[in-house]
Design a binder for this molecule. Sequence first.
Ligand SMILES: [Zn+2]
Length: 309
Amino acid sequence: MGRVVDRRRVLKGAVAGVLTMWASRRIRAQEAAGGVRRLTDNLAVVDGGGSNVLAFSAGDGLVLVDSGAPKSGDRVLGTLKNLAGASKVQTLFNTHYHLDQTGNNETFSAAGAKIIAHECTRQWMSTDYWVPGEERYEKARPKAARPTETFLTAGSLKAGSEQIDYGYLPLAHTSGDIYLFFKNSNVLAVGDVASPLRDPALDYFTGAWIGGRVDAMDVLLKLSNEQTRIVPAYGPVMTRAELKAERDLMEEVRARLFKQVREGEGPKDMLEEGVLNGLARTWKDPYRFLYDAAKGLWAHHDKLDPNVV
Ligand SMILES: [Zn+2]
């Protein structure tokens, strides 16, 4: 079964290279149905088991942003083979340490890929840690899953015709979030720092908080222009206007929460008083968000207001 599917994929990949524009558009429609969203001839968003994997073909190999959720490895590999034939993944970036973004790291490192991430991402993946919201420990990831190269502030990588600039987004969602800017293609991968589909999440136990989230979105807005396509960790590719709308909404939430925390309110009071009411989005689990946001605000209480005691 696997062999038949593989041969079909290889064939489809080989044929796509010599098709006319008209026909390749038809292929494109099929691929969209198969969990692939093409952004350019060399860049595509691949379904990584519910999360987004951004794949760039540099000619002599692939660059990936995030590796997908656990158990999606075969699917991701099959899709990449379909897109880029026998090209190997040479570099894998992780936007942060969460399992849905790093779930197939082992598969790619075993095949020789270099894994680049922020140093804090490597640290969270290298140790057992307590997940307060679920009251359990998460085990350290095996060595083969961990980043092989880390950075603290920023870096740049030349891959084929593309220049990929990357940089740190402090405390926006975890302690190790990064963006990747594919400059020539004008595509910006932002991990979970933008969240058009799921509730925005804050891993307060890593230091992440709502102030960091708004600041990070301002960094992303500065990097982008009206034509930039923005790829979040989950959900649809966004325009800059959509990112700006999410940033403005989070800034409104930040201002409301600062006020509430200054008044000594906890997340339950905030929820009951309707602190998230009247906004352009609703939360699936507003209490969970407010709980994590409040924890983060208490940890950063020195930044709320000079008069806070
Ligand atoms: Zn995440």
